[in-house]
Write a protein that binds this ligand. Structure first.
Ligand code: GFB
Length: 322
C-alpha cells in the first residue's frame, strides 16, 4: 500500500476498527475512509454499492460486525446471523464490483468446530459441529470466508481472511450483559472494590480455557497480512497461549487490586471448553504478537479507569468483530 492509498476501514468506531485506524495512522497512511453506522448501514445493499462507487477505495479492512459475548450471542442469534451475513455479502460484493485492489475480512476463531483438536489449526474449518452458544455468528463468519475465497477463485479478487482469537483492549464494550469476559471482569471488580462489595460473580464454572490477544497486536497483524499475504482460507491471529477463566479472573483481580472473593455462577453458560489457536502459519509468515497478557491487562484497566464515564455499553455493540 502506498502512503496515499485510499483505504476504507469498515467498523472504525469499534474495538478492532479503531485499533486498525490508529495503526494505519502511525504507519503514515493519510487517505483513510470511514463512515459511522448511522451514516452508512452496511446491511443496505444499495447504500453500500453507492458508497463504493463514490469513494472508490483501493484497500478495505472489513472490521464491521455485530459482536458480543456469550450471553449476547445466545440471546440475539437472529441478529448475529442476519446482520453479519448482510454486512459481509454487501461489502465483499461491492468491493468486487468497484475493483478494490485488496480486502482483508475479519472473523473469529469460533468458526472452528467445538470439538476440534487444540490448538485450532486453520484446516479444522468445517470438520465438525459448531459450539451452540455462537453457532449463528460463526456461520455468518464462515460464509464471509467462503465469499472471499469464491470471489478469488472465480474473479481473481485478492480478498483474504484473518481469524483473531478473543480480543481485548482500549475501546472495548464494557456492558455487563453484552460484553466479553475480560472487560466484564474489569468493570465488575473496579465497581466492587469502590463499593466495598465482598464478592464478585464470575459466570460459569471457571474451567473453560481461552486465549486473549491485545487489539493493538491484531491491528499490527492486519497491516502485516494486507501488505504481505495473498492466499485463500482463514489465517489465525493469536498468541498461542491460553488460561482458564478462573486464572483470568485472578489476573484481573491482581491488575485491579480487588480484595474481595470470586464466586462462580454455574447458572451461566461455559460455552466452548477450550479455544486456543495454532499460530504456526502466521509465525511462519513472519508475524508474532508483542503484548503479553499482564501488560495488556494493566493497559486496559488504566484505559477503563480513564474512560469509564463514556465507554460503550450497548447490549450488543455493532461495529467490531471477535
Ligand atoms: O468472553 P465470552 O463471553 O465469550 O465468555 P466466548 C468466555 C467465558 O468467560 C465463558 C465466562 O465461559 C463465560 O461464561 N465468563 C465469566 C464471563 N464471567 C463472565 C462475564 O462476566 N461476562 C462474560 N461475557 N463471560 C464468544 C462468542 O465466546 O467469544 C463469540 O460468543 C466470539 O462468538 C467471541 O467468538 C470471541 O469466548 O465464550
Amino acid at each position: 500500500m502506498h502512503p496515499d492509498a485510499r483505504i476504507y476501514v469498515a467498523g472504525h468506531g469499534g474495538l478492532v476498527g479503531s485499533a486498525i485506524v490508529r495503526r494505519l495512522q502511525a504507519a503514515g497512511f493519510t487517505n483513510l475512509i470511514t463512515r459511522r453506522s448511522r451514516d452508512l448501514d452496511l446491511r443496505d445493499q444499495a447504500a453500500v454499492q453507492a458508497f463504493f462507487q463514490q469513494e472508490r477505495p483501493e484497500y478495505v479492512f472489513l472490521a464491521a460486525a455485530k459482536v458480543g459475548g456469550i450471553l449476547a450471542n445466545s440471546t440475539y442469534p437472529a441478529e448475529f446471523l442476519y446482520d453479519n451475513l448482510m454486512i459481509a455479502a454487501n461489502v465483499i460484493h461491492a468491493a468486487h464490483l468497484s475493483g478494490v485492489t485488496k480486502l482483508l475480512n475479519l472473523g473469529s476463531t469460533c468458526i472452528y468446530p467445538r470439538e476440534a483438536p487444540q490448538p485450532l489449526r486453520e484446516d479444522a474449518l468445517l470438520t465438525g459441529p459448531l459450539e451452540e452458544t455462537n453457532r449463528a455468528y460463526a456461520i455468518a463468519k464462515i460464509a464471509a470466508i467462503e465469499l472471499c475465497d469464491q470471489y478469488r477463485a472465480q474473479y481473481g479478487c485478492d480478498f483474504i481472511s484473518a481469524m483473531p482469537t478473543n480480543l481485548y483492549g482500549p475501546g472495548d464494550n464494557f456492558d455487563l450483559l453484552g460484553s466479553h469476559v475480560l472487560p466484564a471482569l474489569i468493570r465488575k471488580m473496579v465497581d466492587a472494590q469502590e463499593a466495598g462489595q465482598p464478592t464478585v460473580q464470575v459466570w460459569g464454572s471457571g474451567t473453560p480455557r481461552r486465549e486473549f490477544l491485545h487489539v493493538d497486536d491484531l491491528a499490527d497483524a492486519c497491516l502485516f497480512l494486507m501488505e504481505r499475504v495473498s492466499e485463500p482460507g482463514p489465517i489465525n491471529v493469536g498468541t498461542g497461549e491460553d488460561l482458564s477463566i478462573r486464572e483470568l479472573a485472578e489476573r484481573v483481580r491482581a491488575a485491579v487490586g480487588y480484595t474481595g472473593e470470586l464466586v462462580f455462577d454455574p447458572s451461566k453458560p461455559d460455552g466452548t471448553p477450550r479455544k486456543v489457536t495454532d499460530v504456526s502459519r502466521i509465525h511462519a509468515l513472519g508475524w508474532h504478537h508483542q503484548i503479553g497478557l499482564e501488560e495488556g491487562l494493566r493497559h486496559t484497566v488504566d484505559w477503563y479507569l480513564a474512560h469509564r464515564g463514556h465507554v460503550r455499553g450497548e447490549a450488543a455493540a455493532v461495529s467490531s468483530p471477535a
